[in-house]
Every structure is written in C-alpha cells, then in structure tokens.
Ligand binder design. Structure first.
Ligand code: HEM
Length: 456
C-alpha cells in the first residue's frame, strides 16, 4: 500500500513530476484524488466546485452528531447553508469584525505583557507560538462567549495546551465545558442579565431564515461553537482526531504566526524591512492597531509568503465528490475524497520563481492575494466551502504579527544561528513546527522624537 509517511503533503507533492497535476490514490479503502498544481486547482474551483462541495468524514467524527452540526464538516446542503449564513451575516461580517476590534486589542495587550514578563530580559527564548495561541484563543472565546477562556498561569477549565490534549482524547469533555457556558447564559438571559450581545446570543435568538430551518437546539449550538476547523481528519496513522473547535480557528492563526516569526528570524534582512515599515507608519502611535494594516504592504507580503510556504491546512479541509464527475479527462466516482494540496501548489514551479525560498518581496506591486481568486495561493481554500473566517483570520494574523514586531526586537537564542533553525513539520490538526520556535524578545521603547530604540 502507498505510504504517506509523516509529511503526506510532501510525499504526495513528489508524485507530480512523474504522474502530473492530478493523482489517484488508494488510502486504505478510501479512493482519493489529489490536486497538485494551480492549473488543476483552477479547473476544480472554477468548473467543478459544486461536484466537490462535500466534506470527507471519517467515522470517528460522527460522535455526538458532530459532523452535522459543525460548519466545517457539515454535508453540503440546507443545514450547512443555514450555518454558513449565520457565520457570514452575524459573525464575520465586516461591521461585526470592526465592532469587536477592542476585544482583540485587549487580548493582544495581554499577550504582549505576558511576553514581556516571561522574556524578563534574561536572554532566554520564549515559546512564541504558545503566547500567540493564548491570545488567539481568547479573541475567539470573547467573540463567541464574551469571556477569556485561558490565562497565562491561572489554571482555568480550558487550560491552553492541556485543553488540546484533552479535547483530542475525548470530545465529550469539550462538549461538557461548552454546555456549561451555554446553560449559564440561558439562565442569565432568563434573569434579563447580560450586557453586550455576542455570538452565543445570536445563536440563542436565531429563529431561522426564510422558513428554511427553525431554532437551533442546545446541542446544535454547542457543536457550532466547538466546530470551526474541527475534526479535520488526521490522515497519518490513526486518523482519529476530532480536536478542539474555537481551538482550530486558533491553531491556524498561531501556527501561521509561529512560521512567520521563524522565517523572519532566519532571514534577518526581511525582519529588518518589516520592522522599518512598521516604525515608519506607527511612528507617533504607541500601539500597533488594526487600522494600520492597510498601510503595511510589506507586512502583508510577509503573511502571504508565510501562507504560501506553510499553509496550516495543506490539503484544505478534505472535500468529497457529491456525484460522479468527469474532471480533466478522468472519471471521478461519487464519494471520492479530494485533497487539494496547497502546500504543493505554493511551490508550483509554473507559478513561482525560486519557489522554496522565503521572499516576501515577490508580492510587492502585484495584486496576488489569498481571497480565492488566485489559484496559485489558496491557503484559505476557494469556492463555496472556502474559509468563512478569512476576514477575521486576516485581521488577527496581521494584528498579532505587527504587534509582536512593533513592540519587541527579536533574536534567536545565542546557541542557534539562522541556518540552524529546525524547519521540520508536525502533522496535527494543522501543520506546525515539530520543534517549537524559541525566540528572545527585547522590548523597544519610544524615544522623545518618536523613533524607536532598544531598552537597555
Ligand atoms: C490563518 C488563518 C486561517 C486559515 C489559513 C484557514 C484556512 C481554512 C481552510 C483551508 C478551510 C477549508 C476551505 C476549503 O475547503 O476550500 C477553512 C474552512 C473554514 N474556516 Fe478557516 N482558516 C483560518 C482562520 C479561520 C478562523 C479565524 C475561523 C473562525 C473562527 C475559521 C473558520 C472556518 C470555518 C467555519 C470553515 C469551514 C467552512 C465551510 O466548510 O463552509 N477559519 N479554513
């Protein structure tokens, strides 16, 4: 049997020179089609999106009816359409994202304070990804439930990394915790309490669209809250994960920032260029803010280049053929699993010069972006099932990375040179770094004239 190894996105990408843009694999008993080039992805999304709009579900994801209630895993159909519309209209609409900027500001502020405390000026590296994870987790927790879900040292129910392990082991635990929050809110609402209307309120008040579907049950609400990128099949070894929820929107973000910081530290001239750009724009403002993002083309290029080389979901969330389809001359039977290998597409030599090198400059002066129209860069997917959290994800990525660069100067630990940084990947819910990045932060201070200096 064909073995995928520990980095399946690489193993499958290596088939392209011999077998071409589309390959057919038998993974255990699962018929799988892998799409390996931008041209083939364009053909899929432009001409066959509907045929491949279902998700590929493994049996372990069906516990608690999870696959039906989770937007990311729901079969393509009316229930999915309702969930998607709630998200687009109520949660990720620009207006709503603008209104919740203050919450993200507070979460980033906490993250910067924790980093400063932990960095402590002692020259030891801190695990950057872990701090970003906490911030992103709280951003989403606040958006949905109006509460911080994790603290730096205080043990709360959702203790950061512990949560990940526990939720992986038993979806029931995550379910129980979310259920507690929902019940508490229902009680609060009955008493007429509550201040700001958050996403949980939206779900509790939801009555249905155009008679398409009625009120959501308590269970549906819990699954919805838990499920963003949830249950992405872990295709290596056990194929068993139904992992964290809000956690997965979180993990895509924190994994991407960890890769971005890693690439910047390996490429000091790009780090210097990104920091220079920020200090030119944020010069008289104490804090980096979301409204700076549009004026920072180089920072945007850094994020694009990071997502090109390190897409956190290298096969998107695997799709499935809704019906028998003729695709690029091949007969693809109904139920075929589809991997769009965005890791390979980001290295497609027909689209990218020096494809394996980290060069953000390649994006300057181009209009190439990741909003699903440029098929050589589709880390958020494309078509009907494209990431519904893209606008929020885009904001979070730039805001967090921009703040990290604005607030601190960063170095590798003294024992590690730029060329020694371990770049091995770990396949989990997302593809992150096998060895977490440790970097040394040194707080920058504003001088009287507004330029930035190192704090001694
Ligand atoms: C770095 C940030 C992110 C990346 C790279 C990313 C990537 C993706 C990808 C590749 C897909 C599958 C697309 C497809 O099949 O074509 C997806 C779907 C999805 N994403 Fe994201 N995502 C990010 C952030 C977020 C955030 C912050 C949220 C919300 C909190 C979110 C919620 C979702 C949901 C609910 C789906 C399922 C959509 C559906 O099936 O209709 N994502 N994302």
């Amino acid at each position: 049997m064909f073995s995928l190894g520990s980095a399946p996105q690489r193993t499958i990408a290596e088939l392209e020179p011999k077998y071409g843009s589309v390959v057919w694999l038998k993974l255990g008993s699962v018929n799988t089609m892998a799409v390996l080039t931008a041209k083939a992805a364009a053909e899929l999304f432009k001409n066959h999106d509907l045929s491949f709009a279902d998700r590929s579900i493994v049996e372990t994801m069906t516990a608690h009816g999870y696959h039906n209630g989770s937007l990311a895993l729901a079969p393509y159909g009316s229930a999915w359409r309702v969930l998607r519309r709630i998200c687009t209209v109520e949660m990720f609409a620009n207006k709503r994202i603008n209104e919740t900027g203050e919450i993200r500001g507070r979460c980033v502020e906490n993250m910067l304070t924790w980093i400063e405390k932990d960095g402590n000026g002692n020259g030891n590296g801190i695990p950057v990804g872990r701090f970003v994870f906490l911030a992103a987790f709280n951003m989403l927790g606040n958006l949905m439930l109006s509460r911080d879900l994790v603290g730096r040292s205080r043990r709360r129910e959702w203790n950061s990394m512990g949560l990940k392990r526990r939720a992986n082991r038993d979806m029931g635990i995550a379910f129980g915790i979310a259920s507690g929050y929902v019940k508490e809110r229902i009680k609060q609402r009955e008493k007429g309490g509550g201040n700001m209307r958050d996403f949980l309120d939206v779900l509790l008040e939801f009555e249905g669209y155009n008679g398409e579907s009625g009120k959501l049950s308590e269970t549906e609400i819990i699954i919805f809250i838990l499920g963003t990128h949830n249950g992405i099949p872990k295709i290596v070894k056990s194929a068993k994960k139904i992992a964290g929820n809000i956690l997965a929107g979180t993990e895509t973000t924190s994994t991407t920032i960890e890769w971005a910081m890693t690439e910047l530290l390996r490429n000091p001239s790009t780090m210097a260029k990104a920091k220079d750009e920020i200090s030119n724009i944020v010069v008289n403002t104490e804090k980096f803010q979301e409204n700076h993002i549009d004026n920072l083309p180089y920072l945007q290029a850094v994020i694009k280049e990071t997502l090109r080389l390190h897409p956190p979901l290298p096969f998107l969330i695997p799709r499935r053929a809704v019906r028998d389809t003729n695709f690029m001359g091949y007969f693809v039977p109904k139920n075929t699993q589809v991997f769009v290998n965005v890791w390979a597409i980001g290295r497609d030599q027909e689209c990218w010069d020096d494809a394996s090198c980290f060069k953000p400059d390649r994006f300057l002066g181009t209009n190439t972006d990741y909003r699903g129209q440029h098929f050589e860069l589709i880390p958020f997917g494309a078509g009907r099932r494209m990431c519904v959290g893209l606008t929020l994800g885009h904001r979070m990525l730039h805001f967090v990375l921009g703040s990290l660069l604005h607030e601190f100067d960063w170095e590798l630990e003294s024992s590690v040179g730029p060329e020694d940084v371990d770049m091995k990947e770990r396949m989990g819910i997302t593809v992150g770094k096998l060895v977490p990045l440790k970097a040394v932060p040194r707080k920058c201070v504003m001088s009287d004239v507004g330029s930035r200096e190192l704090e001694m």
